[in-house]
Design a protein around this ligand. Structure first.
Ligand code: CA
Ligand code: CA
Length: 265
């Protein structure tokens, strides 16, 4: 009996691990503007490195299910989350950040690193199109909300893989990185307006040659860098993901190809 009960407990733990909330990808372009992120979280500390659902780390957040973050690389065993406008640094401002002007509903998801907190954040997408997808296009606006004081740019480094956990994927795509746009050496350790185009960069790339099987989960994530000195505050906004070709357009291309063949005859 005792062994049976233990087996049930183990089964429950295993099934909760596999049932991570994922975004259902059915062929339409998925978009995320992060404006559901809480604007008023002074700070929470989650026990462990996570990854944690954003609504857990940033209580009150809505519309961001399938997105996760945690302190994957920092010296602390715990993960810090907060809302801020780029004016806070060090232990008062670090971690996974809901960036935006104070009390504004226009939010972006990002990080401010210290050696203590070096987060990874990202999302899980399940292929529910019923067919294999071979390429994925990702587009987003990189926004810089704080200028630290290091000459080297901070970088959000993109990784992906097929797993139901953003913390385990390792394939790098540098074309989907976002590096600091403001590396001024005269105006340092200041907040920046990440909604100002001067502090933004549009990033877009297609990951091709993949085998994203029906029913499986694609994990995408960005790793923060940690530099000696005060780091820049970087974030992602206006994110979109679509499979290329989408199943619909693949069928249309097939029909067009057939029509072309007929015409040639
Ligand atoms: Ca936004
Ligand atoms: Ca924005």
């Amino acid at each position: 009996m005792r062994h049976h009960a233990l087996a049930l407990v183990a089964l429950a733990a295993a099934s909760s691990a596999v049932s991570a909330q994922t975004i259902s990808y059915t062929g339409a372009t998925y978009t995320q503007n992060f404006d559901g992120l809480a604007s008023n979280v002074a700070g929470t500390t989650q026990a462990g490195r996570g990854p944690f659902a954003l609504a857990t780390g940033l209580p009150g957040s809505t519309g961001v299910s399938g997105w996760y973050a945690g302190n994957i690389g920092g010296s602390s065993p715990n993960s810090e989350f907060r809302s801020q406008d780029g004016s806070l640094s060090s232990s008062a401002g670090r971690g996974v950040i809901s960036y935006g002007a104070s009390a504004s509903g226009e939010r972006a998801l990002g990080v401010l690193t210290t050696s203590n907190q070096i987060p990874r954040f990202g999302a899980l997408f399940t292929n529910n199109t019923g067919t294999v997808l071979t390429a994925v296009t990702i587009t987003f606006t990189g926004e810089q909300w704080r200028r630290g004081d290091v000459a080297t740019p901070d970088v959000l480094q993109f990784v992906y893989g097929f797993a139901s956990d953003i913390s385990v994927v390792t394939t790098r795509v540098a074309a989907l990185d976002f590096a600091s746009v403001n590396t001024s050496t005269t105006a340092t350790n200041i907040a920046l307006n990440g909604n100002d185009p001067a502090n933004q960069r549009l990033v877009s790339a297609t990951i091709s040659g993949i085998n994203w099987a029906a029913g499986t989960t694609l994990a995408i994530a960005w790793d923060a860098t940690e530099l000696t000195g005060q780091d820049d505050g970087l974030s992602v906004d206006n994110f979109s993901l679509s499979a290329v070709p989408t199943p619909g357009s693949a069928a249309l291309l097939g029909l067009a190809g057939l029509a072309g063949l007929r015409r040639r005859r």
